[in-house]
Write a new protein. Structure first.
Length: 94
């Protein structure tokens, strides 16, 4: 299995995020790594946002692509609070 690292970056915040997210904030969202001796812990991401992006993380982590995205290694997802916060998830090949 190929090894990927997933990086999330907050690229948009409309108004004030009640969880305190801000533009430019980055997270390691990697779900699985053969090189790690333990599974990573959930990063300091709002639980509602993490729940919304989790299915996309699984797809990217295990080689999936989204046909509507120009760059097959990136995906934009939004907060369930009407996309108040938008995160870019980037797959990095390791």
């Amino acid at each position: 299995m190929k090894s990927y690292k997933l990086i999330g970056k907050i690229v948009k915040v409309e108004g004030e995020c009640v969880a305190g997210h801000h533009i430019g904030e980055e997270f390691d969202l990697t779900l699985y790594s053969e090189k790690a001796d333990k599974f990573p812990r959930t990063p300091n991401v709002c639980g509602f946002l993490y729940n919304a992006i989790f299915p996309y993380l699984v797809a990217l982590q295990f080689g999936g692509v989204f046909p509507w995205e120009k760059d097959k290694d990136k995906f934009l997802a939004g907060c369930p609070d009407n996309y108040k916060v938008v995160i870019e998830i980037r797959r990095v090949r390791t």
